[in-house]
Ligand binder design. Sequence first.
Ligand code: HEC
Ligand code: HEC
Length: 299
Amino acid sequence: MSLTIQQPERVKKRFVFSDLQLRPFLLALVCAVILLLALTAAYAAGDRNPYAGDAKAAKAGEYEFRINCALCHGLGAHGGGRGPDLTRAQKKHVHSDEEMFQVISNGIPGTVMPSNGTNGQGVGMTDEEIWQIITYIRSVEVKAPANAAGIAAHGKELFYGDANCSLCHMVEGKGGRLGPELTAVGGSRTRESMIDSVRNPSRQLAWGLTEATKEFPQEYETVTVVTADGKQIKGVALNEDNFSVQMMDGNEQIHLLEKDKLRSFQKSRESMMPKYSPDALSDKDLQDIVAYLIGVGAK
Ligand code: HEC
Ligand code: HEC
């Protein structure tokens, strides 16, 4: 009986801070804060955009942008089939100029956004040129974020329902695998280019696998083969080299085939994705699906 009363009191006592215990703790905290402030100041002084707001630097940056970035981000930085609109005030990965510098220097792992000097960006840019490009991007940013057209909730229903998109596409872990995973597509491509992907799938095939050893990423080309025993398989190319091809068929079965063992091997740039005409999917419904993808991509 007496034990149960004494026990909690002994325990409580241990956690009370006496003055003696508190003082070194406060001192350490103050030191840590001072150190942190000193470090951020040093960092900012070294890495601040030396051209912020400079119109001449923005002009030079525009020229650099056309050579190195417009292929994906479009002329005028309005976005294209391979990269997001950079004139949006609200960006996904970057807020400050310093963060933008990091992204342009190092790329964004797991996406096609390349690091400086690789993959279509030609020779590496100097720090100065990167700051000029950032100054240019800031100069073309629109200040008010555009309102999303379309009703995302309805778009989601269509995506997993009547429009059949989820038969071939996965979003946030749900759906099929024949087509590209679309969780990030809304954040990395423009509204217009996504609409075009649905209305004209074959105009520009999506990029699949990117590999350091490859000059160009693998595209989702359609492959039709006849194997030695006469079986025909049609699917999308996942990876291909001179001797072999890895493909996925309509049942999501993956085949790794040696080309010289095949009876026939044909590649085509006609997408496996059906072309959705406005009769099959109205403009309004497509807007809703795109609004859904943009919402998911912004997370
Ligand atoms: C091969 C295509 C490609 C090239 C070339 C490219 N980018 Fe990108 N970039 C992308 C993609 C795709 C993303 C979006 C990645 C994601 O979020 O999925 C991106 C993202 C970005 C972002 C972040 C946007 C945000 O919303 O946070 C910035 C900034 C950027 N790129 C700047 C540049 C600049 C500047 C250049 C030229 C020096 C360049 N990019 C070249 C494809 C490219
Ligand atoms: C029969 C399978 C199939 C169906 C159904 C389908 N897709 Fe696709 N989709 C693909 C394949 C394969 C690709 C890659 C080739 C290409 O770019 O056309 C693709 C590509 C895309 C791309 C380009 C992705 C990128 O990374 O650039 C988008 C966007 C897209 N589909 C959206 C949709 C939407 C929205 C629907 C429903 C309205 C849909 N798809 C229905 C198979 C399909």
